[in-house]
Design a protein around this ligand. Structure first.
Ligand code: AMP
Ligand code: MG
Length: 356
């Protein structure tokens, strides 16, 4: 007869003792609670999704946490089409854009414009005023004489520039609000919103996300960066500033808790003649590329402000540029000279890590 020795098996006794031990029961139940909590949190936590789209001649990266009840695909589609719609209004390379129509009608008649265009043009004129004309949305005729529009680069003669400069004057632009329309009083005048429009389009994209209930998002439109909220882990966002002479190097890292960060650099659109490089940010006083800085990074509450100011400060140069930044509340900046001197506005102390 087979004897049942289980009850006497010392291993079985120890096992029974362990599972009966209140500490063991406590441990297992705690573990179950933790696992259930983590699973629940995993399911409840909004997922962060990243999408890309080519817009405004650049690759736009859009990252956001999808709010409960929203569809990430539909939301990204809505945001990107909003951006594309705005580009259709502001672009000078799209012949049907409002800007193109205003420029075609220069010296002839006022052109009806959308609220978006009126708002952005008013902003551009404001940055023209506060930068004393360093930022000038009527820079187009001179930009074109350098061939920057079609990337058909050439060196304009001094006389040609002299002839065009009188038509570069933001104070001549006539904006009517009722009904909304824009008039350029000389046939040779033309507007170019390339120094500010990307920032505005980025702001509008974030506004669209906010309307959908998004509380954490990031957008990068070729160096125009903006955020909604902080990072999910509560840490500040860390943004690398590109080395002006080497696109694979970061010269500094900026910590930011939100808002927008925009960089203007002399490396973005340039060409060389006889070993001298010429780039796309033009000093409206001389009609020549601004030479005193290699890059300007601006931190501001909106990408519209950061974009316009990065271009304005680039033209103003280190002293006047830094003075303008210090004058404006909520605006900070990192200025890098062609000799790689790094100038930082007072509010960024402790937030910038240099990698020189
Ligand atoms: P950003 O990269 O934001 O500095 O913008 C550069 C673009 O702004 C150029 O490609 C032109 O379309 C335009 N731009 C160039 N010079 C000026 C200026 N002095 N004021 C306003 N816009 C400018
Ligand atoms: Mg700009």
């Amino acid at each position: 007869m087979k004897q049942n020795n289980d009850a006497k098996d010392p291993r079985r006794l120890t096992f029974n003792k362990i599972i009966g031990d209140p500490r063991f029961i406590f441990l297992v139940s705690t573990l179950i609670v933790v696992v259930v909590f983590l699973l629940y949190r995993g399911a409840a936590q909004p997922r962060t999704e990243t999408f890309y789209r080519i817009l405004m001649d650049t690759s736009v990266e859009l990252r956001f946490q999808t709010p409960a009840g929203q569809n990430a695909e539909a939301l990204q589609e809505a945001v990107f089409s909003e951006m594309a719609g705005l580009e259709m209004l502001f672009s000078r390379t799209i012949p049907e854009s409002e800007v193109s129509e205003i420029n075609r009608m220069a010296g002839r008649e006022a052109v009806a414009a959308s609220e978006h265009l009126i708002y952005l043009l008013e902003k551009a004129l404001y940055y023209g005023r506060i930068s004393n004309g360093a930022f000038d949305p009527t820079i187009a005729p001179v930009l074109d004489s350098w061939g920057f529009l079609g990337q058909d680069y050439r060196l304009p003669g001094e006389e040609e520039i002299e002839r065009l400069l009188p038509f570069v004057d933001y104070r001549l632009v006539e904006v009517n609000n009722n009904p909304p329309a824009v008039f350029l009083p000389h046939e040779q005048m033309a507007i170019d919103l390339g120094g500010i429009a990307k920032g505005y389009i980025v702001d509008q994209a974030l506004e669209k996300l906010q309307e959908a209930g998004v509380t954490s998002a990031f957008i990068n439109a070729g160096g125009d960066l903006a955020f909604i909220g902080g990072r999910a882990d509560g840490e500040p966002w860390r943004v690398g500033i590109r080395h002006p002479h080497d696109e694979n190097k970061v010269i500094a890292v900026l910590s930011s808790l939100g808002g927008a960060i925009v960089t203007s650099g002399d490396y973005e659109r340039e060409f060389e003649v006889d070993g001298i490089s010429y780039h796309h940010i033009i000093d409206p006083q001389s009609g020549m590329p601004a030479r005193d800085l290699a890059s300007v990074t601006i931190v501001a509450h909106t990408a519209t402000a950061a974009d316009a100011l990065s271009t304005a400060v680039f033209v103003l140069g280190p002293q006047k540029g830094l003075a303008l930044i210090e004058e404006l509340p909520g605006v900070e900046g990192v200025l890098i000279t062609p000799g790689l001197e790094v100038l930082v506005s007072s509010g960024l102390e402790g937030l910038l890590e240099l990698h020189l």
